[in-house]
Design a protein around this ligand. Structure first.
Ligand SMILES: [Zn+2]
Length: 823
């Protein structure tokens, strides 16, 4: 038991003895109390009553009836007549806030509640009485919600229950408290978030919203709405940017927001946030607003704030009470040098993107973080916080420590700065980071809470007899991760090979020892399950360390599994709370369309295949050649912390096989009369090369609107131009000036018909005219440009072409999608 809890227990004892007004709720496992709420109370109040009943029963063994009439001895929940008659009113209690009051022999839990379907004036919700109930259960019964699900509760047993004389009130410091990426699609996670009193009386939508608001289809009519680069208005692909100083664009954006509010009268907020990544407009009018940030880099902040103001002013004329929210982030994370007066309906979400990962372990960044926080609070008081400052992105099982020092820096400062919201990423794989997820939720309600005490209490309660060992394990990782981020200036928030070697391989033996020590001491069955969730991740981590060849004597570890056993282990953990591996679960939409596939006659002019690397998710269509076994070999699999999964489907979308993509294990299957098969790879940012035997094949260039994505190594691409094609658009994309590419297009006769160059402009899109003699296989040769280097390159064809590319010219496959889908 930690010191803070001892003090509390002593106080409890004193108040119990000293005040005859304390309430004896349960006596030797029996109780004459009822739980009362009004019959027509909001549904959150009814839920509060049933949670109260459940946990009082679990703790004491006494089942208190839930009634809709006040009883002689009662726990009254909700703002009702009985409470008001007892003098317990909600005067001066803010949204989501509450009071817990003992009066004579009764207990009143009264919170500010929204009726079902009703919103707060700021578009949020308020479940004050439910919040009061969870506070009551924690404070007086000692219950903790350590993790979602049936094994997540900590419930101390006690046949006697005294509630000391109490009159307390509480409310959240932040009006919008969210911890995303906890597997919120799960009902048990949703319940856990409620138990942690996450929520929002102020609704905010600050997501990247330019593409949804101004779709790429506007380009042909309004090219000047879109970013200019290298003197050219760039055809919008991927995370395209807008020309924010264009008056027509500002008008169109405002009109879209107004239309949204017209159609959804209850909506209270619309997002103005730019698309992610760089590529801002370089037209003279936009450029005139740009500045240089203190690091000597481009800052587009003045242009973005002027855009926010411009849209907000127009929308505010019709909807003065609605909020227009936008990030201040990335290339616009530094405040403007000149004071900007923001429109009153503009709300800023500060996302200090330089601090992602554990980079706040570096003292110079801590300094910058403090300075920027203070500067932004001077720009506006309409400010919320968005961050992932203790987050290593990976599926490789690398345990994510809680970042205690960073938490201690951030949260008290957010409270001092009077931030209105907090949106800090949790970790989906709870076995990697349950303590971090718990701390993020607790600090969202009370940013001034004692981080060390919370962490110590968490380990002791969650892992029982093994608590000290797990506490040491996470503190060891906390130190090692902080050290790594100080020693490796390039470390960001994605797991790198350096991290695997320098943090996880280096400390694996120590981690394993602490884990097994904890395991030998745990007796409680729920704590065993919680502990095993860490163990599941260590199994995944071990496999990944072994794959990367960075672990000495890997076979000797107690976590060692053969590749086959590991694959089975992962399949058994589909959708688990502990691991949350993203598998290929359902056939993606492209698999549900009907295809016509033709094996091509050999192209006349063809160049041999060169080593290449495909990046990101992939969809291949394969047509078996004869009765041969179809086999695919992968190489250059660069996982980037991701477990790369594949699934094979027949043309009717039934599954043939699935598993993990690796350099060592080819995949294959016997052809079973299907006309063609789909191979789907969930790769995220991973890249790989694939070699196919036994089938003609083509790769889908339409999974992203940027087209087929190659990384660093390129090979000629082939695509079929069918009869009656008059023309088609083709584009090449890179990220100049650093990452460039050029390409040469040849028709079926081998004649060069066009050349593409992305050394200055990012997208070179051309419409290619086709004559009757040019039906057949075209070839695109991608090359280095005159300047820059080849890294990420995208190639895209548009209708009337199907968007598929062949890579191996001797096994080219023509793919056409038929109009009538399977569904
Ligand atoms: Zn511009």
């Amino acid at each position: 038991m930690n010191a803070r809890f001892c003090v509390f227990a002593v106080l409890l004892l004193l108040t119990t003895k000293a005040h005859p007004a304390s309430v004896h709720l349960v006596n030797a496992g029996t109780s004459d109390y009822v739980i009362y709420h009004e019959a027509d109370a909001p549904s959150s109040v009814a839920l509060a009553a049933s949670q109260m009943q459940d946990y009082v029963l679990k703790v004491t063994g006494a089942e208190l009836p839930i009634v809709n009439r006040p009883g002689d001895k009662m726990i009254s929940i909700g703002d009702n007549l009985a409470a008001r008659q007892a003098g317990v009113s909600l005067a001066a209690i803010p949204w989501e806030g509450y009071r817990i009051v003992t009066r004579d022999s009764d207990v009143f839990l009264v919170g500010r509640d929204c009726e079902a379907g009703q919103l707060t004036p700021n578009g949020g919700t308020s479940n004050g009485s439910l919040n009061a109930t969870y506070d009551f259960l924690e404070r007086f019964l000692g219950v903790r919600w350590l993790m979602p699900g049936e094994h997540g509760d900590y419930v101390p047993k006690s046949a006697d229950l005294w509630i000391p004389e109490t009159d307390l009130r509480d409310a959240p410091a932040l009006l919008n408290r969210r911890v995303p990426y906890l597997q919120q699609h799960r009902a048990d996670v949703k319940r856990w978030c409620m138990q942690q009193r996450l929520g929002a009386s102020l609704y905010l939508n600050h997501s990247h919203n330019w593409r949804r608001t101004i779709p790429a289809s506007h380009f042909d009519a309004h090219p000047d709405w879109f970013a200019e680069r290298g003197g050219v208005r760039i055809p919008p692909t991927g995370r395209y940017k807008l020309c924010t100083t264009n008056p027509g664009l500002i008008r169109a954006y405002a009109d879209a927001a107004i239309k949204y509010f017209d159609q959804k009268p209850a909506a209270s907020c619309y997002s103005l946030s730019p698309s992610d990544s760089a590529g801002y407009c370089q037209c003279d009018r936009c450029s005139a607003l740009y500045e240089t940030d203190p690091n000597g880099d481009l800052s587009v902040t003045p242009a973005i704030l002027a855009f926010y103001n411009g849209v907000a002013k127009r929308v505010g004329k019709k909807y003065p009470g609605k909020i227009l929210a936008g990030y201040v982030y990335a290339d616009y994370v530094f405040p403007p040098k000149k004071t900007v007066k923001l429109e009153p309906n503009v709300f800023l979400t500060w996302a200090p993107s330089f601090d992602y990962g554990f980079t706040l372990s570096r003292s110079e960044l801590q300094q910058q973080w403090r300075e920027l926080l203070s500067q932004w609070t001077q720009v506006t008081s309409n400010l919320s916080y968005y961050d992932l400052p203790m987050h290593i992105e990976t599926e490789a099982g690398a345990l994510n420590p809680p970042g205690l020092e960073i938490l201690k820096l951030i949260y008290p400062n957010l409270q001092r700065a009077k931030m209105k919201g907090v949106y800090v990423y949790g970790i989906e794989a709870w076995g990697r980071a349950a303590p971090l997820n718990y701390l993020l939720a607790r600090l969202a309600w009370n940013p001034a809470a004692d981080v060390e005490a919370l962490f110590d209490e968490y380990c002791a309660k969650a892992y029982e007899g093994g608590g000290d060992d797990i506490n040491q394990l996470f503190r060891l990782l906390d130190r090692e991760v902080a050290r790594h981020y100080r020693e490796y200036p390039k470390a960001r928030y994605t797991l790198t090979t350096d991290m695997m070697r320098d943090i996880y391989a280096k400390n694996f033996a120590a981690i394993e020892k602490l884990y097994r020590a904890a395991e030998s001491k745990v007796r409680d069955s729920d704590a065993k399950v919680r502990l095993s969730m860490i163990g599941d991740n260590l199994t995944v981590l071990h496999w990944n360390l072994r794959q990367q060849g960075v672990l000495e004597a890997a076979e000797e570890s107690t976590f060692h599994l053969s590749d086959q056993a590991f694959s089975a282990f992962l399949s058994a953990n589909r959708g688990s709370l502990a691991l949350s591996p993203t598998m290929v679960n359902d056939p993606p939409p492209s698999v549900r369309s009907k295809f016509q596939v033709t094996v091509a006659p050999r192209a006349k002019h063809r160049d041999p295949i060169k080593p290449f690397q495909l990046r990101g998710d992939q969809h291949l269509v394969l047509r078996p050649l004869g009765d041969d076994r179809v086999e695919l070999k992968f190489s250059r699999v660069s996982k980037r912390g991701k477990l790369v999964h594949y699934a094979v489907y027949r043309q009717d979308a039934s599954e043939v096989a699935s598993g993990l993509v690796s350099d060592t294990e080819p995949i294959g299957w016997e052809s079973d009369q299907a006309d063609y098969y789909h191979l789907v790879i969930s790769a995220d940012t991973a890249s790989l090369m694939v070699t196919v035997s036994g089938a003609a094949w083509a790769v889908d260039g339409k999974l992203s609107d940027q087209g087929l994505h190659l990384l660093g190594k390129v090979t000629p691409l082939y695509f079929y131009v069918p009869d009656q094609t008059a023309s088609f658009p083709l584009s090449l994309e890179a990220s100049p000036p650093g990452e460039t590419a050029s390409a040469m297009l040849r028709d079926p006769g081998g004649q060069q018909v066009a050349s593409f160059d992305c050394s200055i402009i990012s997208v070179d899109r051309q419409r290619i005219e086709v004559s009757a003699e040019q039906v057949g296989w075209w070839q695109l040769d991608i090359q280095a440009a005159a300047s820059g280097v080849i890294d990420d390159v995208w190639i895209k064809t548009e209708p009337p072409l199907s968007g598929y590319f062949s890579i191996a010219p001797d096994f080219a496959l023509e793919v056409q999608i038929q109009e009538t889908g399977v569904e």
